[in-house]
Design a protein around this ligand. Structure first.
Ligand SMILES: *Cc1c(COP(=O)(O)O)cnc(C)c1O
Length: 369
């Protein structure tokens, strides 16, 4: 028998969340963001759930080839554009649309030989200060692209740094709108947080929205709002079983570094899940876990292949947890109880994105419809 850890990918939840994103921005076309191997879910695994999107956006050329290999003939967008002039040949061959965020990428396009002109997304740095042309250089970049026979159509794109928080998007949006005011072409400005929180803001026009994390069932602005608030369902569940039990006395410690000390007699369970499965080693005592669908807490330090949980709340719920009992690290328990990935992530000082992306290759994954 394989080690009893298992992840589940929920296709119905992916479809549901994609529909939520569409409902939030009914006039926009929707990119399904499948970078980082579909936020750790696996591109091939999520494809059936996301094929209702208008296009797939990602940033690795190998991932673009995988989406085409699945039979997708619609738009595919490279969110960081090309990394090398030879990448443009693959763009021509596979019909990939690509972001242009840097003058060098325009130089490469100008030298590229193609019969099929490209659709490009010209990126403005409106304040995030990662990729893109600054406002004062943006219009010149647009004019250069517009003059190239290699370019068919230019979409205007920017990315907000604070769509999920109190700073909001107003100043970045104002700068983007002022700079692009009279430029033709479609616009794409909204990630998950902007799609859910700001799509109706005055002046926001996004012909294409780019909801990533929301489609994977995580709230972009947790803990201000949780996934249920936005009507999102978890798309990934991580479950395992109890493979050991220990009866502790007051003063006994648990695991490496004796990081947890029992203050009274208590029963703990040993779970087949550790940081080599993608669970966070920095998750502290108190991080929520479900045992037989009952909420309890992690105790002691997470090790490579195991972690330990307090069984007292499970006993108090009238259950008798035993070897083989089901443990849900995040997602949906067998009895239907939910443990939000955002809540688990927050206990360890991180975000749901990182947990999804960290799911280790050694964890077997089952796709459920
Ligand atoms: C990843 C990414 C997104 C999606 O962001 P979420 O916060 O997951 O919605 C949108 N736009 C760009 C450019 C991205 O790189």
């Amino acid at each position: 028998m394989p080690r009893p850890i298992q992840a589940f990918i929920h296709l119905d939840a992916l479809r549901h969340n994609l529909a939520r994103a569409r409902a939030a921005a009914p006039d926009a076309k929707v990119w399904a963001i499948v970078k980082a191997n579909a936020y750790g879910h696996g591109i091939e695994r999520v494809f059936e759930g996301l094929r209702g999107a208008d296009g797939f956006a990602l940033l690795d050329l190998g991932e673009a080839e995988r989406v085409r290999a699945l039979g997708w003939r619609g738009p595919i967008l490279l969110l960081e554009g090309v990394f090398d002039p030879r990448d443009l040949e693959l763009c021509s061959r596979l019909g990939l649309w690509h972001v242009v965020h840097e003058a060098r990428q325009i130089d490469w396009l100008a030298m590229h030989k193609t019969h099929a002109p490209h659709r490009v997304f010209l990126k403005m740095n409106s304040g995030m200060n990662r990729l893109g042309f600054r406002p004062e250089a943006y219009r010149a970049a647009w004019a250069r692209l517009d003059a190239l026979p290699q370019v068919e159509e230019i979409t205007l794109i920017t990315h907000f740094s604070d769509a999920d928080g109190p700073r909001g998007i107003a100043s970045q949006l104002a700068l983007f709108n002022a700079t692009t005011r009279d430029l033709p072409g479609e616009r794409s400005v909204a990630n998950s947080a902007a799609t859910l929180r700001h799509i109706r803001d005055a002046g926001l026009r996004s012909d294409w929205v780019r909801p990533g994390i929301a489609v994977y069932g995580s709230a972009p602005d947790f803990p201000e709002h949780d996934a249920a608030h936005w009507g999102l369902r978890p798309t990934m569940t991580l479950r395992s079983h109890l493979i050991g039990l220990q009866q502790l006395q007051a003063g006994d410690t648990v695991g490496y570094g004796s990081a947890f000390t029992a203050d009274r007699a208590m029963r703990i369970g040993v779970v087949a899940c550790g940081y080599a499965d993608g669970y966070m080693r920095l998750a502290p005592t108190g991080t929520p876990v479900l045992v037989d669908g009952v909420r309890t807490r992690l105790v002691g330090r997470v090790s490579m292949d195991m972690l330990t949980v307090d069984l007292e709340p499970v006993h108090q719920a009238g259950l008798a947890p035993d070897l083989g009992s089901e443990v849900t690290l995040w997602g949906q328990a067998g009895n239907g109880a939910m443990l939000g990935i955002d809540e688990v992530a927050r206990a360890a000082g991180t975000v749901g994105y990182e947990l999804m992306c960290a799911l280790a290759p050694r964890v077997p994954v089952e796709v459920r419809d």
